[in-house]
Design a binder for this molecule. Structure first.
Ligand SMILES: C[S@@+](CC[C@H](N)C(=O)[O-])C[C@H]1O[C@@H](n2cnc3c(N)ncnc32)[C@H](O)[C@@H]1O
Length: 427
């Protein structure tokens, strides 16, 4: 029974979005870290909520054939790589099953050989104390910091910059920001690399008057160092007062043959070589005409998909709500909802959409249904919201042509999916 302290034997039937093994206890979801789908184990119940029960493996009775010794010795307590206890092949299979549990059947899960050192964009919370600065991440569900020194999934050039930053900040006696007391200097750091040696570091502080300039002058490894001020409560790194403190103020990443320039707060897919394959499939498919007349790019971000679509379509209209990205696209910032309300008159051949985790939602699905493009290609990082959108899009007159998944973040439960749809009745 699902009582705190009880021990129960379970078989994990799936993987939760956080990467825990998913089983059942008294009709409730039982979440068990370090338990893989298909494994049988004795689990100790640690927490009983209204809808979920949390447990820990006491004894593993039947391990998964793809279980392995995880390569990272610091996996606990960081918790960032919950699936590292399975081989990459096993992880891909678990992700395929996660999608199938949402009714999304993919033809394959695309993955690259590099399961480590793949992150080209990485963030750190700054903690520790003056003289012993630690760069880490919050342990799951807490404000306790886990030291991430030696992280295996970060690109080696970024990892080298983190080491230099922690050492220089310690030497200088920089005071880490204390979230509880709301006092201190350095709060977060964010690194992005072009994969060819250049690394741009953004140092985030909570106040204007700080010692980050002095800190930046000590750093030799990054190609550029910038700062920004984020005084707000949440955990967002993006703040105001952006300043270039030294070196180059941007990195240029080549994606799908296009140069994408990233400033101190620019978004970069963490694993560009894998994401590139997803972007390619998002904008191209065998059914598309060699030359089309009109395409819409919803949630266009920095504009990579817009540029790729322009190779094939005479006119591409981009829509993006975030002001800085919209400026780079040379459009007025607009939500997809407002954009579709304004652009209902023409019928595009193709609509491409890459929404945030919440998905397209009721209004956008209905508006695309009214627009009746011949094809609709959607990319999503959230299987549950994509499953809901697919239902709505079917009801709005689209049929599914296919789906493919991309394991852009090995070791985590994250998965990107591209689905291709066509207007019903279309040959
Ligand atoms: C998953 S990102 C995709 C960005 C880009 N297509 C890419 O792949 O890099 C989602 C984008 O949607 C934007 N966004 C969020 N809500 C939006 C909305 N309601 N309408 C339009 N854009 C929105 C965000 O600013 C972000 O750039």
């Amino acid at each position: 029974v699902a009582r705190r302290g009880a021990r129960i034997e379970v078989i994990a039937t799936g993987t939760s979005p956080e990467g825990d093994g998913l089983a059942e206890a008294d009709g409730l979801d039982l979440l068990v870290p370090d338990l893989l789908a298909g494994e049988r184990a004795v689990v100790g119940v640690e927490h009983v909520g209204r809808r979920r029960v949390g447990g820990a493996v006491v004894k593993l009775l039947r391990p998964h054939p793809e279980r392995r010794r995880p390569p990272c010795p610091r996996r606990h307590p960081c918790g960032g790589c919950p699936l590292m206890i399975a081989t990459p092949v096993g992880q891909a299979e678990m992700k395929r099953q996660m999608l199938a549990a949402h009714g999304i059947v993919v033809d394959r899960v695309v993955r690259l050989e590099h399961e480590l050192g793949y992150r080209w964009s990485s963030k750190r919370v700054v903690g520790g104390r003056p003289g012993r600065v630690v760069l880490g991440s919050w342990q799951r569900g807490s404000h306790r910091l886990a030291d991430m020194d030696g992280c295996l999934v970060d690109h080696p050039d970024i990892e080298a910059c983190w080491r230099e930053l922690a050492a220089a900040a310690s030497e200088l006696g920089i005071e880490p920001y204390d979230e509880g007391a709301r006092r201190g200097d350095l709060r977060y750091a964010w690194a992005r690399t072009d994969g060819r040696g250049a690394v741009l570091i953004t140092l985030v502080t909570a106040a204007r008057q700080t010692r980050v300039r002095e800190l930046a002058s000590r750093l030799r490894r990054p190609s550029g160092v910038a700062s920004c001020v984020q005084a707000g409560h949440g955990s967002s790194l993006r703040g105001g007062d952006v300043e270039i403190l030294g070196g180059a103020g941007s990195v240029v990443v080549e994606l799908c043959g296009e140069r994408v320039e990233l400033g101190p707060l620019g978004f970069l897919q963490p694993n560009p070589p894998c994401a590139e394959l997803a972007y390619h499939d998002l904008v191209s498919a065998p059914w598309l005409p060699e030359r089309g007349s009109l395409a819409y790019d919803l949630y266009a971000g920095a504009g990579l998909t817009t540029r790729l679509l322009r190779r094939r379509f005479d006119r591409v209209l981009a829509c993006e709500a975030y002001a800085e990205s919209a400026r780079a696209l040379e459009v007025e910032p607009s939500t997809a909802e407002a954009f579709l309300a304004d652009h209902g008159g023409e019928q595009p051949d193709l609509v491409v959409a890459n929404p945030p985790r919440a998905g397209l939602g009721v209004e956008v699905c209905a508006a695309i249904g009214k627009l009746r493009p011949r094809w609709l290609h959607v990319m999503s990082c959230h299987p549950a919201s994509m499953a809901r959108d697919l239902e709505r899009l079917r009801a709005a007159g689209f049929r599914l042509l296919g789906a493919r998944a991309y394991d852009t973040l090995p070791q985590t439960a994250h998965i990107e999916v591209v689905v291709w749809l066509a207007r019903q009745g279309l040959e």
